[in-house]
Design a protein around this ligand. Structure first.
Ligand code: SF4
Length: 693
């Protein structure tokens, strides 16, 4: 350890704060918090330390510097630690890679005709939230039942205001159509109350109410109504049956368990709502050096910092540092006391053991999956005669719109599985126009300049694209440090006798090799490359669409006097798209930050004039987006807004498919969701759940 660092350790203050350990290149490798910075940080370097973690012995070797940030309280330290972990992504911290994984349902009862929305995170906005669900797939079954039996509208507020006749959902008796008809508010409010009881798992209360209503309907000879309520009862009973009662008290609990073998670890979360085990999720981590207690504590803090629902109790398998502080922060968020416990015996201990058992199972399955992926990659390495096992592959694709707005995508796979933390978009900066080779050269140059090279750079294209990539690597002086290949798409070469397109095989080009290699078309090796190439293509095209939509949005609105950049952004944040702004009334627009009635009317009039002269929309001035960065940012905002709508659309499509297939009430037409949280059947131990990212 150098003298400066030794002095720094000696001068550490005795106060709460956060410390950032940096390696010799200045890269943050670990972020931790401490009530007493001096004793915490020094403990890593005590010769008598009983710390057995693998990281500590070579800590002195890799450590270049320690930075500290002083705070007033432990609570501030906890919040700052989470922020810094997110920002620096240190390799020795556990990280929740994608907090978008936590999907919830939102219900705003302040609206006279509320609807359920799929949202990415909970907010303190006065609405009710239900969840978390780990994926859109996990939410579908719940939405399917609600849409079918609880009759809440599914359309947005703007659509509700604008409709002049009901949509299909009214025709198939899924919505009373408050968009057009006078639906009694009390009747709709009753549906809302029942939906809440269903989502909160308050089964006896809900079933009692429905049975009462069914009897009244039958007594009044309203047999159609009685039959509908009977079907609703059956579907709810069927759905609730699948949730196993695991705790005698009707409280909400999140139970965490962990399983670790060396540096690999799985943390399992069981979600218990009103005493019923409703779902579970596994979080796998690799390359972890720190003790499990420390990882678990950091994980729990990060998990709730993402906006996940706070239960009444958090049960942990091991005592963790600062459990009291975590409980305090969670209680503050929930508005009532939350307990963080490490149960030693009884019912709660059994729940923790169940979580640990699930973590072990998830761990074993993840290991198996990894082994088979490594075998596939070994075959790929041998077939393409690569210099190294392609554990990390990055694939690049170029997209443009009639030679303008050229963008590139970078997608990545780690051990054959998508690694979204390494997905990137590039805006081509060095030239205008359509030149795939120049674009590839620029993107690969920029990528390799960032360092941390993958094992294989895969380019979407043929020999020309590959040569451009090779030239970029060569010019960077990195030839030989990364393998290169390009994958040319299968071409349609003719027609089969049945009239179907007959395609050539996908071809892999390699540097210095004249003829391409053709992998067996249905082989797993081919699948790894094709899937990645297709993903790169999809990623490039969706980014491109976002840019174009953003450009369209900007170029139309920037013609309105008084609507500058700030207001355009406010409009986009509020409505999400030009289409929705067109559907909005002046009163709605006036509610947007920065708008008054007069300006809102001007926007409406302008857009109506546009509608009467639709051709004008296509006359987009070149370079309407002030910068690609701004356009991309707007695009991101659109995507966030649309993702919820997409999830609902997907659910609606499933519903329609189930209808077409004549699925019985309560039956699901969805394929088994092996990659998502699903309700647990009685007695079932939840198998491995892959995290969607
Ligand atoms: S009928 Fe359709 S458009 Fe009308 S309120 Fe219901 S979901 Fe919305």
């Amino acid at each position: 350890m150098n003298e400066a660092l030794r002095q720094k350790l000696a001068d550490l203050p005795v106060s709460p704060g956060v410390y950032l350990m940096k390696d010799r290149d200045g890269k943050v490798v670990y972020v931790g918090k401490a009530v007493n910075l001096r004793s915490r940080v020094r403990s890593y370097f005590q010769p008598s330390t009983s710390d057995t973690r693998a990281f500590v012995p070579f800590l002195e070797e890799i450590l270049g510097d320690i930075e500290i940030i002083l705070v007033h309280t432990e609570k501030e330290a906890l919040i700052l630690e989470n922020t810094l972990i997110k920002r620096h992504k240190p390799r020795f911290n556990v990280q929740l890679r994608d907090d978008k994984a936590f999907i919830c349902l939102r219900l705003d009862e302040r609206h006279p005709y509320p609807r359920l929305e799929v949202v990415r995170r909970m907010k303190q906005d006065g609405a009710r939230y239900f969840g978390p669900y780990s994926s859109a797939t996990a939410i579908r079954e719940t939405l399917r039942i609600i849409n079918r039996y609880f009759q809440l509208r599914t359309c947005t507020d703007q659509v509700l205001e604008k409709r002049t006749r009901p949509c299909l959902l009214y025709q198939i008796k899924r919505c009373p159509a408050p968009c057009v008809y006078e639906v009694p508010k009390e009747e709709y409010a009753r549906s809302v109350r029942e939906t809440i009881l269903f989502l909160e798992g308050k089964e006896p209360e809900l079933l009692d109410q429905l049975r009462g209503r069914m009897k009244v309907a039958a007594a009044d000879l309203r047999f159609e109504d009685a039959a509908r309520i009977r079907d609703q009862l059956r579907a709810i009973e069927h759905s609730l049956e699948r949730q196993r009662t695991v705790f005698s008290e009707a409280i909400d609990q999140d139970v965490f368990g962990s399983w670790r073998e060396g540096p690999d670890l799985v943390i399992e979360a069981l979600f218990i709502r009103t005493g019923k085990l409703v779902s579970a999720q596994s979080f796998p981590f690799t390359g972890q050096e720190f003790p499990t207690e420390e990882l678990l504590a950091s994980f729990v803090d990060q998990y709730y910092a993402t906006g996940a629902a706070v239960p009444d109790e958090v049960l942990l398998p091991l005592p963790v540092e600062n459990a009291g502080l975590t409980a305090e922060v969670l209680s503050e968020r929930k508005g009532r006391k939350v307990r963080v416990l490490v149960p030693k015996r009884g019912e709660k201990r059994r729940l923790v053991e169940l979580a640990v058992k699930n973590a072990e199972q998830a761990f074993v399955e993840a290991k198996k999956r990894n082994r088979s992926n490594v075998e596939i990659l070994e075959r790929l390495e041998s077939r393409l005669e690569l210099a190294r096992l392609p554990r990390r592959i990055e694939c690049f694709d170029i997209s443009n719109f009639q030679g303008t707005m050229v963008v590139a995508s970078q997608v990545a796979a780690l051990d054959g599985e998508p690694d979204k933390s390494r997905y990137r978009h590039y805006r081509i900066k060095t030239f205008e126009g359509q030149d795939d080779f120049a674009a590839i050269y620029e993107v690969i140059s920029r990528r390799v300049a960032r360092g941390d090279l993958p094992d294989l750079l895969l380019i979407d294209g043929g020999k020309g694209q590959l040569n451009a990539a090779r030239a970029a690597v060569k010019d960077a002086g990195l030839l030989g440090q990364v393998d290169l290949a390009s994958l040319a798409e299968a071409k349609v070469e003719g027609e089969t006798r049945e009239g179907a397109a007959w395609k050539s095989a996908e071809r892999v080009f390699l540097p210095g090799r004249k003829d391409p290699i053709v992998l067996r078309q249905n082989s797993a090796e081919n699948f790894v490359l094709v899937r990645l190439r297709d993903e790169a293509h999809r990623f490039a095209v969706t980014f491109h669409q976002k840019l174009r939509r953003a450009r369209n949005f900007r170029s139309v609105l920037e013609e309105i006097t008084g609507v500058g950049e700030k207001r355009r952004r406010a409009l986009l944040r509020h409505f999400g798209s030009l289409k929705r702004i067109r559907a909005a009334t002046a009163e709605e627009i006036a509610e947007v930050e920065g708008f008054n009635q007069a300006l809102a009317r001007r926007v409406v009039e302008f857009l109506h004039r546009r509608e009467e002269d639709p051709d004008r929309d296509s006359e987009l001035p070149e370079g309407a987006a002030q910068s690609m960065d701004e356009a991309a940012e707007i695009g991101e905002a659109i995507e966030d807004r649309d993702s919820a709508a997409e999830a609902q659309l997907a659910a609606a499509k499933e519903l329609a498919a189930a209808e077409r297939n004549g699925a019985a009430p309560g039956a699901t037409s969805l394929p088994p969701a092996d990659d998502a949280v699903r309700p647990l059947s009685p007695g079932e131990v939840q198998p491995t759940e892959k995290i969607r990212d």
